[in-house]
Design a protein around this ligand. Sequence first.
Ligand SMILES: N=C(N)NC/C=C/[C@H]1O[C@@H](n2cnc3c(N)ncnc32)[C@H](O)[C@@H]1O
Length: 420
Amino acid sequence: MQTEKEDEDDASCEEYVARSDFTGSGTDQLSFSRGDRLLVHAKPSSEWWWAELQGVIGYVPAGYLSQDAAGEEEEDPSIEDPWQDEEYFGNYGTLRLHLEMLSDKSRTEAYRQVILRNSASLSSKRVMDLGCGTGIISLFCAQLARPSMVYAVEASSMAEYTRQLVKQNGCDEVVTVLQGRAEEIELPEQVDVLVSEWMGNCLLFEFMVESVLLARDRWLRDGGTMWPSSAALTLVPCQADSYYAEKMAFWERPYGLDFTPLQPLAQQEFFTKPKFSHIIDPCDCLAAPCDVISLDMYTLQVGDLEQMKGQFHFCVEKSAVFHGFTAWFTVCFKSLEAGGATVELNTGPNSGPTHWKQTLFMLDRPVSVCAGDSISGTIVLQRNPVWRRHMTVTLHWTIKGSTDNPDNAQAGTKSFPMWR
Ligand SMILES: N=C(N)NC/C=C/[C@H]1O[C@@H](n2cnc3c(N)ncnc32)[C@H](O)[C@@H]1O
């Protein structure tokens, strides 16, 4: 028999259904699986609610929950595969993306340098190459070092060709190709080194990093090495005159006509999403770039990926038009030898070009800034609760003049879906 208080409590509780798995991080977040029915006790914020599942209480991301009207589990047919694996691995079953990655000398040479500089220490080591693609990293291991075994794991149909490449290059004694998702395959043993080239645009897009963390927890021995060992997302305020002219100013006087009524459409169409494969010229940077998010691949947890937050404070170095922010990433590979040299792969404007290039986030309206002004704020990478390879990047910024009094500060915020 429920007491009046319990009735009252239940009355204030609402039942929700989880639309996707969620792995909580920290003690106060509640983990759950898709289809779980949670009792929401309170909604302290629009993002995080206080909920209960089988007697356990904790914070849950509100975006993961839906209140299906009829009460039975209505599966949204459009969300048949939140990881879009069919399309994702389908793409990697063709050569286009592998050719792009292999043609990227900065990227591929960086991994080759890691193997070369650690070749002595790699002797008799067991290596897992997660998402090996055509197997280039595994072939470097067999060609430049003497590991005892390399498990080259590849989920797409490319794996059968990778097996041929391994045999064609006389590496089949050392390299074993396993076709399947890293989360599902079984290795005969733990490994000493987990190497993977998992970085997506803005570092995290595609969220292949989740697969790397799950494999780390399952197959990397204690004290084993993660390659990359760390990663950092870098941000800088920038001018983007040519992009702005091409997409927005163009409508001012095409062929002597006034097409400015189309500019709101242009803003919506060209500036709502980030511009992948932007190439920023170092002189477009309005301030010294700064690392806004840093990942330690030994301690990072899957739950941490739901929301990554960073802060920035830029001192504007030259008077210019502030069109937006540009982001890129750097990964580091620590040496297998204590004190050995770290190899770095930097995808920024002062390093060799890579296939990632940089990512440009255009403001809705450019702002003129002067040397000495400050641009400070936060960046939030919010993982999409349903489409698990996607995220939204939200920037909050405040521009303060060096001379103006503080209440002349200009604040702004904008969210950029990548891509849903
Ligand atoms: N975006 C960048 N940089 N690299 C993407 C690299 C992706 C490669 O790794 C494979 N891959 C991705 N995730 C997994 C997984 N969980 N298990 C096995 N293979 C996987 C893809 O099929 C591509 O061949």
